[in-house]
Design a protein around this ligand. Sequence first.
Ligand code: FES
Length: 242
Amino acid sequence: MRAGTELDMLPPAGAFTPGSLDGDLLLLAGGSGITPMLSIVKSALAHGTGRLTLVYANRDPASVIFDAELRALAVRHPDRLCVAHWLDGAQGPPTAEGLAPLLSAHAGRDAFVCGPEPFVAVACRSLEAVGLPADRIHIERWDSTVDVSGEPVATAEVDLDGQVRRLPWPAQTRLLDLLIAAGLNPPYSCRQGTCGACACRVVSGEVELVHNEVLEDEDFAEGYTLACQALPRSETVVVTYS
Ligand code: FES
């Protein structure tokens, strides 16, 4: 595209927005589900008068996206923005019972929920348990359905969270999807090969990356790869997250 090129653009669209920026809101985000929440937070703080409570679940402190920006907003608006972090590493995966004490004081607000499907399910159960009516719970879903049913062509041997698992690996299944489908909890964020959050190391065997905007030659030389983009290219691939 050259400077001066004219583009026809559609206006922003979507239904995951508060009816009013002046009402108090309860926001629940899991991982990259923070993206629409940050837009709501910034819009409400800039153009509204409501108070915002954000409950934000992540694997560990290093995986908290927009951490610095949220801290700065909370410092600038101490009476209007409260951020409560939930870290799986310290507290275990979120549960409806565990979230309830963070939500119960705000049961009169509209709630917005965005994140991976298991987080959304737990958050909604907790909101209902503390008395929020279903019509005040707004959910942003993304389709995370991944087909891992292809014929295995390789075996992945994965060292993650102190456990080693051997998994049959279909040719067109990305390593991250394989691990999630097996019930493991690997780190990731964008799933597009652009952030590096899913990086792990190939100890032996070969993979091919579908897309990579993160790793350099020296990273590959040390064995690093992106689980969200890795397809098997040898019979056995040994991978470690340690
Ligand atoms: S999750 Fe972002 S590069 Fe893999």
